[in-house]
Design a protein around this ligand. Structure first.
Ligand code: AMP
Ligand code: ZN
Length: 664
């Protein structure tokens, strides 16, 4: 096999694995093996840019940044759905359909209504060419670069597909992926997201596609539109889409009578809670496409489809007690401890009360009978109080004024919904939370040390901040409960090894509020050392790309605190990396500062990704499409003619690979 064939075969193989994993949920190789193969492909593609393919599985990692999403007119309008909320509504609709179609027997395809953000994706010759949000139904935003990072969206179809068509579906976040994202946010000291739907739809408009790639989004498909697709029923449409490589949920059912439709609706109203993702109803569609065409559309929706909306499940229960939790950043969260009750398939004992305003607004009191609902959110919420059941001796809730852990007076800054315990360095959950964050996987990733051990070490008075970890000795650890010789050694070794962790991760590990992984990388790149960052003013910080007021203030505050300065100086003594390594620095300059480059075509001496990295390492920015803000278009071989015309019409300099390399 020559190189080109090897690359093609590898792409083919990875495509199959992607399909098995993300569409069929039946992987045939381990994640590790998959990653290795993907790395092999990346390396080969980097060495051979002449075989570039915009549908390669390596595109999934993202990296393109879109500043402005272009508006695109839908070739076929995206309609809404009419809603029905009762069996009677649905039966009336079916009677109307039957009347309209005369005596012909009518069958229906029932599908679940997936709760996410709708998307229309265009395929031409089996390749994904464009993905557009629904917008107002007539036109939406071009979010192709982001959609391409979603692993269950095929970039290249298989089988016998039509030459050109649009396929519609819903971008969703499954519950487990959503929960993981929130765990990470909490670990970063950020507010968790409220519900999967909003997070999914927000993801589509993120500017940095590599952030989208990190989100566990999925795309569930339900409709194909186009001319000459050769499809005659809705149910067949689903089967065909599945054959071509799309993720189409198998819960869809072909029903031949109104009774069967009702059975489907009633079954899923009860069983929806066992699904891995949110559904808020059932969509019933007339099965025959010919029937659909006869029925046509109203001004806003098809006459041949109807959404049946499930009611959000609600129950009454008694609120026994309101307790308060203190997070790593000192944020206080009130928690409702409930008389356990069955709701949406699980026993609910607690509900979040969010903050003081929420409690006050609903006048929620201990002893009240409250109305609990599980809507799109994962944690149930209290939506009301049955005042008629209120005990006669009930008193309004007095929100705590002191921290339940350290008894410091709480503060609440204007504009902030939450109360905070300001005793950052004396409040136990804040102290241990900060150390737990420091050792966590994405931060220093210290082996041999876990969250519970941190609490134990703190209780025993052995550590009070993360720098203290480096002074721990085996002799100190051995007398502790459940601490064997080997585990003590591993702990000390794990801590010692962490001096090799690169600066950007150390910066994240420090636990500066609002400085998550990505921000830490940006700051590390801009300042290169903790010493430079320490003296940066707010004005300087906000001039760094994507650093806003809130982050800048937080960084300045952090380095004004003598406790933090002391911890950092002790980390320095222990040899922790507080600046970018010489190797990283060597290849970085500021020569392209402020200039935006659009890269197009195939290059000779570097791959596209390398070229983009060179731009960023030298202070420039990579843009995804040509606009008046583009500084240069770096043109490679096989660049599309439309890009050239656009650049020329805007008077943007077009440079070759050689000219670019000369610039740096
Ligand atoms: P609505 O926004 O309430 O008018 O509902 C219409 C939306 O439901 C469509 O734009 C789709 O995004 C979404 N939807 C979710 N699941 C389906 C499905 N199985 N069939 C059709 N539309 C669906
Ligand atoms: Zn406290």
């Amino acid at each position: 096999m020559n190189i080109e064939e090897t690359i093609k075969a590898l792409r083919e193989e990875l495509r199959d694995h992607n399909y098995n994993y993300y569409v069929l949920d039946k992987p045939t190789i381990s994640d590790y093996e998959f990653d290795m193969k993907l790395k092999d492909l990346q390396a080969l593609e980097a060495q051979h840019p002449e075989f570039y393919d915009e549908s390669s599985p390596t595109i999934r990692v993202g990296g393109m940044v879109t500043k402005h999403f272009e508006t695109v007119v839908h070739e076929h309008r995206m309609y809404s759905l009419d809603n029905s909320y009762s069996k009677e509504d649905l039966e009336d609709w079916e009677k109307r359909i039957q009347r309209n179609l005369g005596d012909a027997p009518v069958s229906y395809t029932c599908e679940l209504k997936y709760d996410g953000a709708s998307i229309s994706i265009t395929y031409e010759h089996g390749k994904l060419v464009r993905a557009v949000t629904r917008g107002d139904g007539f036109q939406g935003d071009d979010v192709t670069t982001n959609i391409k990072t979603i692993k269950s969206v095929p970039l290249q179809l298989k089988g016998d597909y039509p030459e050109k068509f649009d396929i519609r579906g819903e971008i969703i976040l499954p519950f487990d992926g959503f929960a993981k994202m929130n765990e990470e946010r909490i670990a970063n000291g950020e507010e968790p997201y409220m519900n999967p739907r909003n997070t999914a739809s927000g993801s589509l408009k993120l500017q940095d596609s590599s952030l989208v790639a990190q989100r566990p989004l999925e795309c569930l498909l339900y409709s194909i539109v186009g001319r000459n697709t050769g499809i005659s029923t809705q149910f067949e449409m689903l089967e065909k889409a599945r054959e071509w490589g799309f993720k189409v949920p198998t819960v869809a059912k072909l029903c031949h009578s109104t009774q069967e439709v009702m059975d489907f609706v009633e079954y899923w109203d009860v069983n929806r809670h066992s699904l891995p993702y949110e559904t808020d109803g059932v969509v019933v569609k007339v099965n025959s496409i010919q029937h659909q065409e006869e029925l046509g559309y109203t001004a806003k929706s098809p006459r041949w489809a109807m959404a049946y909306k499930f009611k959000a499940e609600q129950v009454y229960t008694v609120l026994n007690e309101i307790t308060y939790q203190v997070g790593r950043t000192g944020a206080i969260t009130p928690v409702a401890n409930l008389q356990p009750v069955l709701l949406a398939g699980t026993t609910v004992k607690r509900a979040s009360l969010h903050n003081a305003d929420q409690i006050e607004k609903l006048d929620i009191r201990e002893g009240d009978t409250v109305f609990v609902e599980k809507g799109g959110e994962i944690i149930p919420k209290i939506i009301g109080v049955d005042v008629s059941k209120r005990p006669t001796d009930s008193k309004p809730t007095q929100y705590i004024s002191e921290c339940p852990e350290c008894h410091t007076a709480l503060i609440r800054t204007p504009g902030d919904a939450k109360h905070y315990c300001p005793n950052e360095y004396g409040c136990p959950p804040q102290i241990t939370g900060r150390i737990q964050h420091y050792i966590s996987r994405k931060a220093m990733d210290i082996e041999g040390l876990g969250g519970e051990t941190v609490e134990l070490l703190f209780k025993e008075g052995l550590i009070n901040d993360y720098a203290d970890l480096y002074d721990l000795t085996k002799e100190q650890l051995l007398p502790l409960e459940r601490m064997a010789e080997k585990s003590a050694e591993n702990l000390v070794q794990g801590v010692a090894d962490s001096v090799k962790v690169p600066f950007e991760r150390v910066l994240f590990a420090l636990g500066i509020r609002y400085v998550g992984e990505t921000v830490a990388k940006k700051l590390a790149k801009a300042y290169k050392s903790v010493d430079a960052l320490m003296v940066a003013t707010k004005e300087e910080l906000v001039s760094v790309d994507e650093i806003g007021d809130r982050i800048a203030e937080s960084v300045v505050d952090f380095f004004q605190n003598p406790k933090n300065l002391d911890a950092v100086s002790r980390l320095r003594q222990k040899g922790v990396q507080l600046e970018l390594s010489a190797e990283k620095l060597e290849n970085q300059t500021d020569v392209l500062q402020g200039a935006t480059f659009v890269v197009s075509g195939v290059f000779e001496t570097v791959s596209r990704d390398e070229l983009k990295k060179l731009i960023e390492d030298n202070g420039g920015k990579v843009g995804s499409s040509i606009s008046s803000k583009t500084g240069y278009l770096v043109a490679g071989d096989k660049m599309g003619p439309s890009k050239r015309t656009k650049a020329e019409s805007l008077g943007i300099p077009i440079i070759t690979e050689k000219e670019f390399l000369a610039m740096i």
